[in-house]
Design a protein around this ligand. Structure first.
Ligand SMILES: [Zn+2]
Length: 115
């Protein structure tokens, strides 16, 4: 993934969101939900976010809170549900193909502003 582009998008979308709601207070935190399958490097994303936020007065003190969502799979054979660390395609119990239930998410969960 390209963390620089992602950081730009996060700030752009967050700024748009605040403008639409006429929220002018300083942003304290932007919470991001990212599935592990997106293979984003949190350190790199945070680094770019911290560099780019300096250009936006409303985001000077903003912290990026990255919440990673585990990869959850459902076995199409034995219907077992479990979490995998690395993406695998077959059930470790019965060998049937797995279907991914979570891990591909990418969304801005919330934007917290000062009172
Ligand atoms: Zn199975």
């Amino acid at each position: 993934m390209h963390e620089l582009g992602i950081a730009q998008n996060i700030l752009k979308i967050s700024a748009q969101e605040l403008r639409q709601r006429n929220i002018t207070q300083a942003v304290e935190k932007v919470v991001l939900r990212v599935g592990r399958l997106k293979a984003i490097l949190p350190d790199s994303l945070t680094f770019h976010f911290d560099v780019l936020k300096k250009e936006l007065p409303q985001f000077q003190a903003a912290v990026l809170d990255i919440r990673q969502i585990p990869v959850r799979v459902l076995c199409t054979g034995c219907a077992l549900r479990f979490t995998v660390e690395e993406m695998s395609f077959f059930c470790e119990h019965c060998g049937a193909p797995l279907s991914v239930e979570s891990g591909e998410e990418f969304s801005i969960d919330s934007i917290e502003v000062a009172d």
